[in-house]
Structures are given as structure tokens and as C-alpha cells.
Design a protein around this ligand. Structure first.
Ligand SMILES: NC(=O)c1ccc[n+]([C@@H]2O[C@H](COP(=O)([O-])OP(=O)(O)OC[C@H]3O[C@@H](n4cnc5c(N)ncnc54)[C@H](OP(=O)(O)O)[C@@H]3O)[C@@H](O)[C@H]2O)c1
Length: 342
């Protein structure tokens, strides 16, 4: 039977304005980095997307290289769009990106116009979409003039391949430069996608959070749950089937005894607020209105439901915030530090 979306889907979700634009994004968005490749059953992917949409998640984030293999998450998303969401395209914000390695040779990664435009065309073909709502430069390229990379984003928007342009993991200085170039071209940079969570606060120390506010740019924080560390998943060690157990992007080496003890303390604090640890971690990212949306991943529909439950309590006392800082002081995990260092 084909999917019928829940009538109640817009009842509880919070929609935040993306910077100073007309676009609103759900406070929780869903990314397809993991769990949408050929290693995951089709029904699981469908169930995750159905649950998300039923809960008011209207924004779905992909990239050319998501899988495995690279490209397969876009193909899977395209199939589910065609099968289940065909008539719902205008209720959805779908983004893709290019920047990381996608194909061999000198034109398959980084920030040239050649790569970005070709990759966007490939992503449109794989997803079967006529356009993306947002198209991102996935990382700053130190060897390509920023004018060329931003010029490619401007062209992608002007040619109808995307409605809006965005950047990901650019540091504060590069963000200002990129925004100025795009402004001159007449295609504003409406959104930045940085990593940000309780254990990874580079957007604060780099000044990026202030820069985004200053530029009127929206922001969507990726890995808000530190890839699952900021959930109840690793409180007793590394369970089988978890991301850390699969040799994927979460290095089990970061889950030291000391780290697990800190996670348990954070979990106790979350419980005292009547939240799961995942809910408190998402509330923390959204706490001061400086972040438009928290971009989660999920391997099960129940995780999406739990995460959306965060919206019931987004406020913190000063004592709670201080306690979170004290517990998490010694952790600094940012796999994307290199991208924002250039
Ligand atoms: N721009 C960039 O360079 C970049 C880089 C990375 C990610 N991203 C984007 O950010 C998205 C999110 O990344 P992410 O998946 O690493 O984010 P995350 O939300 O920090 O981690 C998601 C993982 O946490 C676990 N989880 C989620 N909700 C849970 C819950 N309620 N209870 C228990 N466990 C829960 C699951 O782990 P298990 O799978 O172990 O169950 C899930 O796969 C990506 O899909 C992508 O769109 C962008």
C-alpha cells in the first residue's frame, strides 16, 4: 500500500526562519549520510523517512558521496521519492552537496566549477529530482579561487538546478569571504552547515556562530548527537550493530572509560530534566536560537521519534548549562577540523 502521510504532521514541529530569508526549516532535520546505502534494507529507509515526515520533518539532507557505495543514498532517496513522496515534493526541502571525492581523476572532488556542476547534474539524475532546494559546497577548497567555487554555486542556482546556495564546514573568515562573493553575484548564501554538539564547539571558538548571525545566514548543525555518543547507546560500552561497532566514521577509540563515565553523567542530567540524553543534546544545540535546525541521522524510526521529543523542552537553567560545560570540558571531537582550518 502506498504511503499516506499523517494528517497531524504539522501540529508539533517547530519551523525556524533560515537566517533572514523567507525559507523556514524544521528545528530537526534528517540526514542520509549513514543508513541509506546498499547495506541497509529498503524497508528500513522507507520507515525512517515516513516517520520523519509524519512528525513534521520536512528537510532531508543528502550528498553525492553518501552510501555505501557513494551515490547509493541519493539513488535510494530517489526511489522512495518516486514511490511514496511523489505528490509531496512541494512540502519538502531537499539538499545535496559536492566537495568530497566522488569519482576518479582531477575533476571528481573539491571546488572547481567543472566538478560542482557535473556533480550536481549527477545528483539530480540519481534522485530523479528536477531541482534541489539547497545545494552546498561541501568543503572549502584551498587550491581553487573562492570566486570560482561561489561562481559555480551562483550558476547552479541561476540555471534552475537549485533554489538556494549554501556552504559547509567553512571557517568564520572563509564564510565572510564566500558570503560577500555570493552577495555580489546576486545569489545570497542562505545557510551554513557546520558540525556542532556538546562535545564539539568549534563554531563558538572560531566565531562562526557570531559570523552567521551577523551575516543573517541560517545554520544547520550536523552530528548534533556526536554520531550517537550523545544518546543512551554507549552508556554501557559499545553495543553490536551500533556505528562505533561497524568500523565506520565513529572511532570506537573515542569511547574511553572516561568518556563513557562523562556520557553517563550527562544522561543523569538529561533524566533530571525529564529527557533522554539525545533529547537534551538536541535541545542544547537549539537552546539560544542561534542554530536554525539540528541535522540528525537515524538507523531506526524510533530514534527519529525520540529525537523530535526534544522540542518539548528547549530551555535550560544557567545551572544546567554550567553542569553540561563542567562534564564535557575535556572532550573535543571534531572529525571535520581540517576542512575549517584552511
Ligand atoms: N556537511 C558535512 O560535512 C557532514 C558531515 C557529517 C554529517 N553530515 C550530515 O549530518 C547528518 C547527521 O549526521 P550523523 O548521522 O552523524 O548525526 P548524529 O545525529 O550525531 O548521529 C546519528 C546516530 O546517532 C544514533 N541515534 C540517533 N538518534 C538516536 C536516539 N534517539 N537514540 C539512540 N541513538 C540515536 C544512531 O546511531 P546508530 O546508527 O549507531 O544506531 C544514528 O545513526 C548526516 O546524515 C548528514 O546529512 C554532514
Amino acid at each position: 500500500m502506498s504511503y499516506i502521510p499523517a494528517e497531524t504532521r504539522y501540529d508539533k514541529m517547530i519551523y525556524n526562519r533560515c537566517g533572514k530569508t523567507g525559507l523556514k526549516l524544521p528545528a530537526i532535520s534528517l540526514g542520509l549520510w549513514h543508513n541509506f546505502g546498499d547495506d541497509t534494507p529498503h524497508q528500513t529507509k522507507q520507515a525512517i523517512l515516513h516517520t520523519a515526515f509524519d512528525l513534521g520533518i520536512t528537510h532531508f539532507d543528502i550528498a553525492n558521496n553518501y552510501g555505501p557505495p557513494a551515490g547509493s543514498a541519493e539513488t535510494a532517496f530517489g526511489r522512495i521519492m518516486a514511490e511514496d513522496f511523489r505528490d509531496l515534493r512541494d512540502e519538502m526541502i531537499i539538499s545535496s552537496k559536492a566537495g568530497y571525492h566522488m569519482w576518479n581523476g582531477p575533476y571528481g572532488e573539491w571546488g572547481s566549477r567543472k566538478y560542482l556542476v557535473a556533480s550536481c547534474d549527477q545528483s539530480l539524475k540519481r534522485t530523479g529530482l528536477e531541482y534541489f532546494d539547497i545545494f552546498y559546497s561541501h568543503r572549502f577548497d584551498p587550491d581553487t579561487p573562492l570566486e570560482e567555487t561561489m561562481g559555480a554555486l551562483d550558476y547552479i542556482v541561476r540555471s534552475g538546478r537549485a533554489l538556494y546556495a549554501g556552504i559547509s564546514s567553512y571557517n568564520s573568515q572563509r564564510t565572510r569571504e564566500a558570503a560577500a562573493i555570493l552577495k555580489d553575484l546576486g545569489t545570497p548564501c542562505i545557510i551554513h552547515q557546520p558540525s556542532y554538539n556538546i562535545l564539539n564547539r568549534w563554531v563558538e571558538t572560531d566565531g562562526l556562530k557570531e559570523t552567521m548571525a551577523d551575516l543573517g545566514m541560517g545554520s544547520i548543525a550536523f552530528v548534533p548527537l556526536a554520531q550517537g555518543m550523545l544518546t543512551n547507546k554507549y552508556l554501557k560500552g559499545i553495543p553490536s550493530g551500533s556505528r562505533a561497532s561497524q568500523g565506520k566514521s565513529l572511532d570506537p577509540g573515542v569511547l574511553t572509560d572516561h568518556a563513557v563515565a562523562s556520557l553517563n553523567k550527562l544522561n543523569d542530567l538529561a533524566a533530571s530534566r525529564g529527557q533522554t540524553l539525545a533529547q537534551m543534546a538536541l535541545a542544547w544545540v537549539l537552546r539560544d536560537g542561534g542554530i536554525t535546525s539540528a541535522l540528525i541521522g537515524a538507523s531506526k524510526p524510533e530514534q527519529v521519534t525520540d529525537c523530535v521529543g526534544a522540542l518539548a523542552n528547549l530551555s535550560f537553567t544557567a545551572a544546567e548549562l554550567a553542569e553540561i560545560d563542567r562534564i564535557s570540558l575535556e572532550r573535543d571531537i571534531n572529525l571535520w577540523a581540517k576542512s575549517s582550518a584552511d
